[in-house]
Design a protein around this ligand. Structure first.
Ligand code: GTP
Length: 358
């Protein structure tokens, strides 16, 4: 694992500040060598030595819906880079403003050679504090990019008031309560906030998602001050026992809460083991049938009679899971999963998962 080259997928809507962030990463005095893969030609004025310059290493992706199609061109580029192993400490893939990050992220789970050599470190999404709220209304890609993120840079904070900033942050949280969020001007974040996050490693999942432990039966998309973008307040769900203060305290950030009609997260916990003969077929078939709507899935599972934790993550229909480190002596074995996606069938997910309890 340690010798695999970390790959950062950099995404964000048009003009959000991806190039600004990339330039910052590349120009900082970190003594590291990055290979950068971009899918637009000639648009970034960065040091040629740092950018992978040769033609075959600059690739273009279609912006159409290519859900679950592994990107052959990206695989070829990564494989080409691997032949030059040792020259790079990390790879950064910058997607265009409109690209769906899913096929890029999937590439790192699916292709055996790529998996052998590289590991997806994190999906980093740059969001425009001024315009994101508008784009969330009219651009599904903008919402997907937020949903996918492990790290979100909420950029251009100089262009908004404190209230607007709090509002856009709350809108982000309605979509993705689990990503690390950094507010910035000109993407001025420290590199360790962005690179080498190990967002997919077990311990990092716990570190990045402290709510993971608390989410339990509650899912984070309910709340107060519902704003539905459609101007009505009857959304057909019952939230019967809200304790406002308790909920805020639980989430620890005192943010106004939004409920995103389209994109939600569902987090579930079983306080104990699950039966692998039930869970593995269930998750595989559920992801196969509902994967178009599920953008991200992650879980840490206590499989019955298994001393190691089973950790999985997925992008749409593609799921990657393995046994990682042992449960620590005295540690409570519990099984948790999170789905982020569009119009998730929450009751179905809950029923399906809870039925896997050992
Ligand atoms: N006011 C302000 N402008 C910023 C900030 N960050 C970036 N910009 C400007 O926003 C514009 C777009 O930034 P880029 O970094 O090119 O954005 P991008 O996401 O790479 O854009 P595309 O490649 O077109 O998708 C540039 O003119 C930047 O100088 C910021 O924090 N505040």
């Amino acid at each position: 694992m340690a010798d695999k080259i970390p790959v950062t997928v950099l995404t964000g809507y048009l003009g959000a500040g991806k190039t600004t962030l990339l330039n910052r990463i590349l120009s900082e005095d970190h003594g590291k060598k990055f290979a950068v893969i971009v899918n637009e030609f000639g648009s970034i004025g960065i040091d040629n030595d740092l950018v992978v310059g040769a033609d075959e290493e600059v690739f273009e992706m279609n912006n159409g819906c290519i859900c679950c199609t592994v990107r052959g061109d990206l695989i070829r580029i990564i494989e080409g880079l691997m032949k030059r192993k040792g020259k790079f400490d990390a790879i950064i893939v910058e997607t265009t403003g409109l690209a769906d990050p899913a096929p890029v992220a999937q590439t790192f789970f699916v292709d055996a050679d790529v998996r052998e050599a590289a590991r997806l470190d994190a999906v980093v999404t740059v969001a425009d504090a001024k315009w994101l709220a508008e784009r969330l209304k009219d651009a599904p890609e903008a919402k997907s990019q937020i949903a996918f993120a492990d790290v979100i840079i909420l950029n251009k904070i100089d262009l908004v008031s404190a209230e607007e900033l709090a509002d856009v942050e709350a809108r982000i949280r309605a979509i993705n309560p689990y990503a690390r969020l950094h507010k910035a001007q000109n993407c001025a974040v420290s590199l360790e906030d962005v690179l080498n996050r190990n967002a997919f490693d077990l311990d990092r999942i716990l570190e990045i998602e402290p709510q993971f432990l608390e989410a339990d039966e509650e899912h984070d998309h309910h709340g107060h001050d519902h704003d539905h973008d459609h101007g009505h307040h009857d959304h057909g769900r019952k939230h019967e026992h809200h304790d406002h203060d308790d909920h805020h305290a639980k989430n620890g950030h005192g943010l106004k809460h939004y409920h995103d009609e389209e994109m939600q997260s569902v987090a579930l916990t079983i306080e104990g083991d699950v039966d692998p003969d039930k869970f593995l077929p269930w998750i595989n078939s559920y992801i196969q049938t509902e994967g178009a709507a599920i953008l991200r899935s992650k879980g840490i599972i206590a499989l019955k009679d298994e001393p190691k934790r089973f950790v999985f993550q997925g992008v749409h229909m593609i799921l990657d899971g393995d046994l990682q480190q042992d449960w620590k002596p005295g540690e409570t074995r519990r099984s948790r999963l999170v789905f982020i996606g569009r119009h998730l069938k929450e009751d179905e997910i809950r029923t399906g998962f809870l039925a896997c309890a050992a």
